[in-house]
Design a protein around this ligand. Structure first.
Ligand code: IFM
Length: 462
């Protein structure tokens, strides 16, 4: 029998979640209102009319959930602090009840030998800060840095890995251009300003946290997309350049090269102007990083719009690429409608590694939604997710073989949860959640993942 395909020694396996998607208890423990509470309460925003008010009730069931992580054999847990739980109005002293909740969670994780990996911002901006202008307002960057410093000061002794933002592209462009996410604004110029202030807040926060504790690790997580032109025409090449620009390079270049890409600034200038970037900003954003988190789900294949009768559609978040159309390639899709393309993971990790002087990489999210049900035998049989993950784990190994310095892999997600505008209609978990009873059931894919984490390997190619 052939040998299993083994990951490097010390490779970190984990699961990922986010506060608003799992915690619930939005009215408990002195938590303030977030933009997602407000957005979800607005009719027509969430497919099933739901909200994160209860979600997975993780606020009360965290101990059971940490036990599930132990069952999966995951040594790392990537979670996010809820800003409105820790600073209910977005500034000032930390809320003791919020601190106590995360202390309880961290106690449980440490008790099980699971390393916490904290994200400071996974989209739940305190509503008071949105009322003051939100991320398009420059002052929000400073508010974020103050929050980061306060949370870091309180928890640095217990958390070795710190991520500033999760997927700032989504915060900026889904939230302020497309309007599918909170706060639901449709102002493309403001979205570009939001992106810049998210990056500025990142730089300010990393600089201050590192000054306080240089021994810990600091990074950011980006959702990156390999982006290919549908044909080799010049028009399609330019379409791909624009989408790669707004999705990938707008974030990677200032972080890792110290300057925004000139072509992207030109693309967004009609919407955003140019003076939102002030002297010294780019230098501040380009703080040295210890890790870069890559969230990978699918690839973009794009072409140029052919004219007014062209019925193809792009993405409302592609500011500066309004004339670009998405193209399907016929691959099978997940329940999100995203094409399944494990080679895209090799491509995106290779892109970051070869184009930039990048720090060690982690896949901080990868996973798939499928329409899972609990069977009569009490199990959740989800062979599509098992195959999806297996394909992507093998892709990660191919990337490592090509020289990518990939150090870990966190599956999205531990639990089925509140999938933003899709509410509870999309299930990403390795663990099924019955939302009526809050009963958790480890899916077959979760059991399969436990075998991978135990072996630090996948079986030999069949
Ligand atoms: O659920 C989200 C998560 O919050 C951010 N990354 C993508 C996931 C699936 O859509």
């Amino acid at each position: 029998m052939s040998e299993p395909l083994t990951f490097p020694a010390g490779f970190r396996w984990g699961t990922a979640t986010a506060s608003y998607q799992i915690e619930g208890a939005v009215g408990e423990g002195g938590r303030g209102v977030s933009i997602w509470d407000t957005f979800a309460a607005t009719p027509g925003t969430i497919t099933d009319g739901s909200s994160g008010a209860v979600a997975d009730d993780h606020y009360h069931r965290y101990a059971e959930d940490v036990g599930l992580m132990a069952e999966l054999g995951t040594g790392t847990y990537r979670f996010s602090f809820a800003w409105p739980r820790l600073q209910p109005t977005g500034s000032g002293a930390l809320n003791p009840e919020g601190v106590a909740f995360y202390d309880r969670l961290l106690d449980e994780l440490h008790g099980r030998g699971i390393a916490p990996w904290a994200t400071l911002y996974h989209w739940d901006l305190p509503q008071t800060l949105e009322d003051a202008g939100g991320w398009p307002a420059r002052d929000t960057a400073a508010r974020f840095a103050d929050y980061a410093v306060a949370v870091h000061a309180r928890f640095a002794d217990r958390v070795p890995d710190w991520t500033t933002h999760n997927e700032p592209w989504c915060s900026a462009f889904r939230g302020y251009a497309g309007g599918q996410h909170a706060p639901g604004r449709r102002e493309p110029g403001a979205a570009v300003h939001a992106a810049h202030h998210l990056m500025l807040g990142h730089g300010m926060a990393v600089q201050a946290m590192r000054a306080a504790r240089p021994d810990l690790r600091y990074g950011i997580t980006l959702n990156l997309y390999p982006t290919d032109p549908a044909t080799d025409s010049a028009a399609d090449a330019d379409a791909a350049r624009r989408v790669d620009g707004i999705c990938n390079r707008l974030f990677l270049d200032p972080l890792l090269r110290g300057a925004y890409p000139a072509d992207v600034l030109d693309d967004v200038a009609p919407a955003a102007g140019r003076d939102f970037v002030q002297a010294g900003d780019e230098e501040l954003i380009a703080q040295p990083l210890d890790v870069l988190g890559v969230n990978y789900y699918s690839r973009h294949v794009v072409r140029a719009r052919t004219g007014p009768d062209d019925e193809g559609r792009g993405d409302t978040g592609w500011v500066g690429a309004e004339q670009v159309v998405k193209v399907g390639t016929g691959r099978p899709r997940t329940h999100m409608g995203w094409e399944i393309d494990p080679d895209g993971l090799v491509d995106v990790l290779g892109y970051v590694s070869t184009r930039y002087d990048a720090p060690p990489l982690y896949v901080t999210e990868n996973g798939a939604a499928f329409d899972d049900v609990v069977s009569e035998d009490g199990a959740v049989h989800d062979p599509e997710r098992t195959a999806y993950l297996d394909g992507h784990f093998r892709a990660a190994l191919r990337a490592i073989a090509c020289g990518v310095d990939l150090r870990g892999y966190f599956v999205w997600s531990l639990l089925d949860n509140f999938e933003w505008a899709f509410g509870y209609t999309r299930r990403f978990g390795l663990v099924h959640v019955d939302y009526d009873t809050q009963r958790r059931t480890v899916k077959d894919s979760g059991r399969g993942y436990a075998r991978v984490t135990a072996a630090n390997a996948v079986p030999a190619d069949r």
